[in-house]
Each structure stands twice: as C-alpha cells, then as structure tokens.
Ligand binder design. Sequence first.
Ligand SMILES: C[S@@+](CC[C@H](N)C(=O)[O-])C[C@H]1O[C@@H](n2cnc3c(N)ncnc32)[C@H](O)[C@@H]1O
Length: 333
Amino acid sequence: MIHKPVMPREVLEILAPKSGEFFVDGTLGGGGHAELILEAIGDEGKLLVVDEDPKAVKEFEERNKDSRAKIFAVQDNFTNIPAILESRGLGKADGLFLDLGLSSDEIEYSGRGFTFQKNEPLFMTLSDRYTPVRTLLKTLREDELAKIIRDYSDEKYAGAIAKEIKKTLKQKNIDTTFDLRESILRAIPGNYERGRIDPATRSFQALRIYANHEFENIESVFKNLEKILKSGARLAIISFHSGEDRLVKNLMRATAQIGLLKLINKKIIETTEEEARANPRSRSAKLRAAIYTGTNPNPNIKLTNSHYLEINSCLPAGRRVISDYSRDNNRTQ
Ligand SMILES: C[S@@+](CC[C@H](N)C(=O)[O-])C[C@H]1O[C@@H](n2cnc3c(N)ncnc32)[C@H](O)[C@@H]1O
C-alpha cells in the first residue's frame, strides 16, 4: 500500500477512540486511520471497516489477523453500514469515520480508469454495480453530460466538452482514458489552465462523482445516522474537493439545525504545511466533525427527501446534488 493517511493526529484527536469502544471506518482504503483507531480501542474494542475495494479489505484482514480486538472487515458500500450493523447484530457505534474519494493505490493500480496519466479502460467506477463511464457517455444526452460536468466540477467549457464527446462518439467509441482525454482536449482552447492542472482534470472528476453516486452516498449516511451512531458518538469526515466539502458542510449544518448533531469544529480543519509537503495529496483535504446527540428536540422534524432538496437549494448556484429521487424525476433540473 502506498496510501498515506491524511491528518492522522487531528482525526484521532477528534474521534477520541477509547479502550473498549466500537468504531466504524466506512472508507478503509490503506487502513492507516483504521489501524490507529484499532490501537486506541485496544483488545476489548470492536471495529467495523468497510470498503468497496476487495483488495483493501483483504489486505487489512491479513495485516490484522492477530489482533485481539473484534474486527469485522466487509467489502461493501458505506451506504450499507446500517444493514451490516443490523445483520451482524453489532449494535450502534461510538464513532464513524469517512475519508472520501479514492486511495492512492486505487488511482495508481486499479486499472479502472481513474487517472488519465495511464491508458486504461474507462470504467471509473469503484464497483461493477455502477454503470461505467464509457457506457454513460453513450447513454446520457449531450445536455445532461454538459450539466454533470459543469455542476460537479465547475468546468467552464462543459458545454463544448459534452458536444465534442458526442461528436467523437458518432465516429468511434470512447473506451479508454486516453480516448476521453483526447476528446476533451479537442474541445478547449490550447492555453486553457496554463499548465496549472491538466485540462482533463475537472471533467474526469465530475464523471467519477456522477458514475459512483458519490454525493448521494454521502447524503445517505446523514439520513441514516440514527441507525449507525449512539448518542454522544463522534463523526469525522475528510473531503478532497470543493463540491464535496460544500455538501458535507451543508449536511452537517442542516443536521445540526434540527439538533441531531453538535458541530465540533465550526472552522474547517486543514493539513499543516509540513504534512502537505510530505504528502501532497493531503493539501486539499478538509476535515469536519460533529457529535451525534441522538436527541432530536422535535421528533416531528425528520430529515426527509424534501429536506435534502432544501439543502440543494442552499448550495451555490449551479450546483445540485443529483440524488436518487432527482435522478428519476428531474435529473437536469
Ligand atoms: C481516501 S481512501 C481512504 C484511506 C484510508 N483512510 C487510509 O488511511 O488509508 C478512500 C477509500 O474509500 C473507498 N470508498 C469510496 N467510496 C466508498 C463507498 N461509497 N463505499 C465504500 N468504500 C468507498 C475507496 O475504495 C477507498 O479505498
């Protein structure tokens, strides 16, 4: 594993795992954070780790097979944590940690098309449960494609990129990362981004978020907090780009407004210069945390789909969470 855990000291301080407690890490990855939690909860502790990536789960199990703590390592989506807790009779947790996005290992070695620096088949999905991007490019309409690229990455040439992708598809398939990057490059001016980032970066990010239902998955966790956490449990989430962080911030605030969460850090926690130098990937990381109160002062107020649509309406202009319900009803609202 080449993945280095981000802000390990800060995460541990916030989650404050104690001997004998039960923790859930919904994004196991290289297991760096999970192993720190494991150490803190000790032999009497209980740990559930979840990841879509079977390799992450297998390697963690192997590395920790001699641990005396009770470890449950499950290959699944973190949206299924409530079902996993129930089916295994694990009860509710003292803390939940999510470190969103992909691990460096997945980007480098999965072969699923997460990086345009390698020519790989254009899946871009963490699991075969989701439709690969090469299929989505064919099935989405040009206006839908443009909207996804614009909304999920603020790409100003989204319209031109979507148009070029559809034009290319009339002549040949877009099956690989290089095919897609070439199509994007044809759509944008030559001096775009002036070498700051690869011109394909934003479109790749947007398509990955859409294909993996990344924003809906985050929403789902907030809707199900009561099934996952005990009263007084800690919740910490690391996000890696502005749209993702905005969503986590809005969901935390909305849940705090109805009294179910108490925000720990009103001000966002970011990496130190020292860590950013040692681990460049950590530079864009943002940590937000809260305590789950478990006491909704007004039980008549519940987080519902319409509540989440309200959260959408407080996102900045042009940015929408395209949720399951809106995928069906008004995907291109
Ligand atoms: C940034 S890495 C986590 C790194 C980890 N904290 C560490 O210390 O190595 C994110 C991980 O979450 C997984 N992941 C992303 N979305 C997921 C989801 N919805 N359900 C389960 N796993 C997910 C990815 O496969 C990846 O392994």
